[in-house]
Design a binder for this molecule. Structure first.
Ligand SMILES: Nc1ncnc2c1ncn2[C@@H]1O[C@H](COP(=O)(O)OP(=O)(O)OP(=O)(O)O)[C@@H](O)[C@H]1O
Length: 314
């Protein structure tokens, strides 16, 4: 598949001397939803800002739908819509005017039918003649999205799209993102809400201290790095884990009522059947059992922590 965005060797050192990005290589395919995860200050906004032409890179290349970003910036930029973290719109302007104006900025001919559909899709049509300052925070955010989509971009960047929005608007945003993808728009979002990446993304990139430490299909990442936890609710509580079960590295929880076993679900031998057999031999019965798979959040926290430990050791 033809990549819609290719980033190679991208680096950014700010004037302050702070190296915000280094050696970023990333290829995004048309129509995918890509989530960029990273702790505060990891470099997510810097990366987006470079691709959108707001920040100048110190090195590397960016190609948008075949257009070299530095040689053919106008063409590259017209393929991109950006919904920034902060809301800044002209308070006195009417919704429909500001959205139509944004389209004009990219040199696109007027298209009232498209603008109407866009405002309808974002539940803004009834408010088209309201001034921005008369809107609620959630509506203002929808206006930012409408502006970003006004010139029919191929790639939409959403920088923390659901920070501080209510549950309903978050659901609406997710539905809107899925709808856009169905129309072939590529979506790149940054988020602190791991559940958002878990629910929405096809692929996930984890950025830590300016480096992309993982880029992986979301499901593969969960499968590859995910661990499972087996919890056995014991028939009789135990005071300690019996020595005979030492090889499974078990933990006791729930005041001795639960025996907890963490295992690698991808391993050839998970150790679960042998554990259950051994318990049966020892006469340790259980009433119930359940397994849970580690979430993207556990994986993310683990990855960032590992990276920090590595750096400390180096
Ligand atoms: N204009 C600037 N001048 C100097 N340093 C900057 C500038 N903008 C950002 N930085 C620094 O670059 C690093 C990356 O910042 P960036 O905003 O890209 O992070 P982020 O991953 O988007 O963080 P957050 O999740 O908090 O939004 C931070 O250490 C930040 O202080």
């Amino acid at each position: 598949m033809q990549p819609v965005l290719s980033i190679a060797g991208l680096a950014k050192t700010y004037k302050s001397g702070h190296q915000a990005l280094s050696g970023i290589d990333l290829t995004i395919d048309k129509g995918e939803i890509f989530a960029l995860l990273g702790p505060n200050g990891a470099g997510k906004t810097t990366l987006i800002s470079i691709v959108c032409g707001i920040v100048t890179p110190s090195g590397g290349t960016v190609t948008v739908a075949g257009h070299d970003h530095s040689r053919d910036f106008r063409a590259a930029r017209s393929m991109i819509g950006l919904v920034p973290q902060e809301l800044h719109t002209d308070a006195f302007e009417k919704v429909i005017t500001t959205v139509s104006f944004s389209r004009g900025l990219f040199g696109k001919p007027r298209d009232p039918a498209y603008i109407e559909q866009l405002l309808r899709d974002l539940s803004l049509w009834d408010k088209r003649n309201a001034k921005i300052m008369e809107l609620s925070g959630g509506m203002k955010r929808r206006v930012m999205i409408a502006k970003a989509l006004s010139h029919e971009p191929e790639i939409l960047f959403l920088d923390e799209p659901t920070a501080g929005v209510d549950v309903e608007l978050r659901r609406d945003m997710w539905n809107m993102v899925r709808g856009l993808r169905e129309r072939g728009v590529t979506i790149i979002l940054t988020t602190h809400y791991i559940e958002e990446a878990e629910e929405m993304a096809d692929r996930v990139g984890v950025i830590s201290k300016g480096r992309l430490i993982v880029v992986e299909e979301k499901n593969a990442l969960i499968k590859k790095l995910g661990r499972k936890t087996l919890t056995l609710n014991l028939a009789e509580p135990l005071a300690t884990v019996p020595d005979e079960l030492a090889q499974w590295n078990l933990a006791l929880a729930g005041e001795g009522h639960e025996l907890v076993y963490e295992f690698d679900s991808q391993a050839e031998a998970t150790g679960v059947p042998s554990l259950l057999r051994r318990m049966s031999d020892l006469g340790i019965g259980f009433k119930d059992l359940n397994t849970t798979q580690s979430s993207l959040e556990d994986i993310f926290v683990g990855l960032v922590h590992e990276k920090r430990e590595e750096e400390r050791a180096a």
